[in-house]
Design a protein around this ligand. Structure first.
Ligand SMILES: C[S@@+](CC[C@H](N)C(=O)[O-])C[C@H]1O[C@@H](n2cnc3c(N)ncnc32)[C@H](O)[C@@H]1O
Length: 188
């Protein structure tokens, strides 16, 4: 699937309706501030495929230079638009609440956070933090109460899991059969 490198496509009613059908519960997109490791971005794409996020936007050049997509084993970059942008705040999808995920004093602990239906989650780079201007412009700032800072992709997985766990999620054997590898026929 080929995506034009344009925001209009992601914000179009048709595309948003498609994403909504797929994720089943609201709209989710991800913003990455200058990610360093392509493996982390690939792991985030895989998480987007698992939990149902519609687009990944990233700033900076480092991801573009490092094209090692080993972790994206489901080839999610062909399904989920993965778009380089200059400014994450300018790209925020239509009507999305901007949610910074970062270790910021005064932030809301993730277990207490009520996820907006239409959310744009913004994460910092592996070797820095979400810049102050983005933190100041966001609707919510959330942190995960850990003893050390987490790996970027692990953080995105935890946030998307938390969102799913707090939603009206589907849980049945059909989903297990659809999700697992072909060679896995395990049952209890
Ligand atoms: C490896 S961390 C970078 C260092 C981090 N900014 C710090 O101050 O320790 C990469 C990104 O993962 C996210 N992150 C990692 N641990 C987190 C936590 N416990 N709570 C919220 N965000 C976290 C943030 O978005 C962060 O910018």
């Amino acid at each position: 699937m080929k995506y034009a490198n344009t925001i209009d496509l992601v914000n179009s009613n048709e595309t948003q309706a498609d994403f909504k059908r797929w994720s089943g519960h609201g709209l989710v997109s991800i913003g990455l501030v200058n990610p360093k490791s392509a493996t982390n971005v690939a792991s985030i794409l895989r998480a987007c495929g698992c939990y149902g996020a519609s687009a990944v936007f990233y700033t900076g050049q480092r991801f573009g230079y490092a094209k090692n997509f080993n972790a994206d084993t489901r080839q999610m970059r062909h399904i989920i638009p993965t778009i380089g942008v200059d400014d994450l705040l300018a790209i925020a999808p239509k009507d999305a609440s901007k949610v910074v995920i970062e270790l910021v004093e005064g932030a809301i602990p993730l277990p207490e956070f009520v996820h907006p239906e239409n959310a744009f989650y913004i994460f910092g780079p592996e070797d820095a933090s979400v810049p102050e201007d983005i933190v100041a412009a966001c609707d919510h700032v959330v942190y995960i109460p850990t003893r050390n800072s987490m790996n970027l992709a692990a953080t995105a997985n935890v946030v998307l899991y938390d969102r799913m766990a707090k939603s009206d999620y589907v849980a049945n054997d059909e989903l297990i059969k659809k999700s697992r590898d072909n060679n896995n026929g395990l049952a209890i």
